[in-house]
Design a protein around this ligand. Sequence first.
Ligand code: R5P
Length: 282
Amino acid sequence: MNIIGGPASQLLAGRVAEAMKSPLLLSEFKRFPDGEQYIRILDDFAGEEVTIIQSTVNDSDFISLLQLIDACNEASKINVVIPYMGYARQDKQFKKGEPISARAMAGAIKADNVFTVNIHNESILDYFDAKATNLDATPMLGRYIKNMKFKEPLIIAPDDGAIPLARNASKDLGIDYDFLEKTRLSGETVSIQPKNIEVKGRDVIIIDDIISTGGTMAETISLLRQQGAHEVFAACVHPVFSNNAISKLFRAGVKGIIATDTIDRGMSVVSAAPVIAEGIGK
Ligand code: R5P
């Protein structure tokens, strides 16, 4: 199977090709003077199966992905891996008149198979015409956390939505996990605490699917530090990190940031490549 790395996923595509011992095709990318994008796959693949790997962090990445799919018209089969799918958080109409942006994006992607990694909401998979599979990179984060030799590590989900991430990251590793529960004490007072486990004196790793503005994570870091956690770490699958998100986390007192390479950032210390290689190789 031939692997093609889009401009947003060069490193991850290289790692997947290496893990699968598959040919990695070379493409060139450039922009025309008017800003339009140009892509050309330089190696021959006609009549063969191809797997395009391209995260869609911004709008240009979406265009690149559509261009790559079209350029693969002569392949026998097209698999598309979208390690991080932008617009996935607009997975429903929150206000009248809004699009379901995730549906619009998914509808434009024509392939035989689509793979996502920890997509924000699995209901989005139904919007693809192709057979779509969501892969889980949280066990890779869990293994990294295990190897860090933290002090009585505790993985915490900042909200209900992240509970499956915390559960899967800790699974079979003998690491405790919990989630933050909001309890209204009175009209004015709300208490936010880990549901079952005391954090005092323990190293806490907060896990979420995405860190974008860093708002959710910074608030959770401050809270857990106030509650006596020893060191607090932030972990996520998708390190979007828009604007001053990194500073926000450090100002809140984070000790370190752990993320995967679905988006290639400085804190992408865990690779999603083994999970993708296994998923597409099945
Ligand atoms: C929300 O549903 C997500 O799971 C993340 O908690 C959220 O997207 C993080 O965004 P931000 O970093 O902007 O708070």
